[in-house]
Design a protein around this ligand. Sequence first.
Ligand code: SAH
Length: 240
Amino acid sequence: MFRATVLTLYPEMFPGALGHSLAGRALSDGLWSLQTIQIRDFSTDRHRTVDDTPAGGGAGMVLRADILARAIDHASPANDRRPRLLMSPRGTPLTQARVRSLAEGPGAVVVCGRFEGVDQRVIDARGLEEVSIGDYILSGGEPAALVLLDAVVRLLPGVMGNQASGSEESFETGLLEHPHYTRPTQFEGSPIPEVLVSGNHAKIAAWRRQESERLTATRRPDLWAARPLDAQAKKRAPKA
Ligand code: SAH
């Protein structure tokens, strides 16, 4: 079973969105587990302080290395095989490939930062892997941890009813997904594309593929350029 342990100053933010719908049902069915650790419990002073002013001066506060290290050692002893992640805007941008590899592993220990960030020495000493959910700044790591765990949990065995939909979505193929339609057949004067109601499955598949490629090339030139080489070669191959 995938075991998630989240270290946070706001344990009441969990399971939050992960307590509902697909992830929530999977949680109560025991398909994954979620433990929260209050970092503040590892403070040793009367005021339960966890942060201090930045060395070298400047605005804000920094989460202390000693306190966070104690919390990590409690949550994840040396023999714990789970990766230790730190949600961080400086981290490696999260991808579907990383999400999939996490879902195939034993779980994750997820540290949520606050304030200006975390003392570098605990990141180094505990081998924290910094993970970013995008190029923008959140006020804390908790929403990022919820995003990461949501993406992982839906891939766990038995969580998604229709297993096919896991592997055909945007990013799994290196392409954005084609548009979707459903009834009514007319919406404010606009019909469902004719090919989709034709019943011709080969034509439908070709149309979807073409739409995927068009959307990826126009919206995400970065993904388009990075798509697998065999796909690029096929595209470039001269038509017989
Ligand atoms: N001073 C930092 C931002 C700190 S934001 C900087 O300029 O880089 C406070 C906390 O929110 C961070 O420690 C991190 O845990 C979390 N956070 C903010 N943005 C994030 C992002 N894009 N991805 C993941 N975590 C993020």
